[in-house]
Design a protein around this ligand. Structure first.
Ligand code: IPE
Ligand code: MG
Length: 231
């Protein structure tokens, strides 16, 4: 979700006004995914690098997370959304951590949209914490080093239990992954759009989904193997 600051600057507003509008986009996209029956959505809300921003901006973002979560959690729950946070939450203040824990507990058994919010998340952090847990399991004799395979590894990633992402969307014009789900995007289709996050609406979401639907996913195979009828 990128482009909040530029959206605000173009309107001579403070960056935080862009973040507020960004929250509305986020709500729209969650609704759009739930309505379409999409199984899982992971939103990159705050990276482990975003702490480097000006102090006031960081604290506004934290306040926005808390307020939005408090305001929306009932409706999410009533719509069957299961909410989970991925990332190192130990850096957040008590109020936010408590709200996160309560929101996860409330929605834990829901079977609708599986919604992940990546907050204080980094793809490399995720790979490192999974590696650490694997090393500990080896040290305890639970698994042999020779038996470490993709499934043993992905089981220890913060996204375990979820399907790998099919589609990766980045708004705001930059064409990079910026330490989002690194292991998990191995086969994801990438969609980059210049549209700024506060302007990303249901029509934009549909454009990305339509483009995704036209792509042929071969997973290393040939076109004839995956679509024999067109051979
Ligand atoms: C939203 O957009 C990203 C976060 C919430 C951290 P930016 O704040 O990065 O917006 P730009 O890139 O300055 O336009
Ligand atoms: Mg940005």
């Amino acid at each position: 979700m990128d482009g909040n600051g530029r959206w605000a600057r173009a309107r001579h507003l403070p960056r935080t006004a862009g973040h507020k509008r960004g929250v509305e986009s986020t709500r729209r996209v969650i609704e759009g995914c739930a309505r379409r029956g999409i199984e899982a959505l992971t939103l990159f809300a705050f990276s482990s690098e975003n702490w480097r921003r000006p102090k006031e901006e960081v604290s506004t973002l934290m306040e926005l997370f808390l307020v939005a979560l408090r305001r929306e959690i009932r409706a999410l729950h009533e719509n069957g959304v299961r909410l989970r946070f991925i990332g190192d939450r130990s850096a957040f203040d008590d109020r936010l951590r408590r709200q996160i824990d309560e929101s996860e507990a409330l929605t834990a058994d829901n079977k609708g949209l599986q919604l992940q919010v990546a907050a204080n998340y980094g793809g490399r952090w995720d790979i490192l914490q999974a590696s650490r847990r694997l090393a500990e399991a080896v040290a305890r004799g639970e698994i042999r080093a020779a038996d470490i395979d993709e499934s043993a590894f992905s089981f220890r990633l913060s996204t375990h239990g979820l399907p790998e992402p099919d589609l990766f969307i980045r708004t705001g014009g930059e064409q990079r992954i910026s330490n989002f789900l690194l292991w998990q995007v191995a086969y994801a289709e990438l969609w980059f759009t210049p549209v700024l996050w506060p302007d990303f609406d249901d029509e934009q979401l549909q454009l990305a989904l339509d483009d995704f639907a036209r792509r042929q996913r071969r997973f290393g195979m040939t076109g004839e193997q995956v679509e024999p009828q067109h051979a």
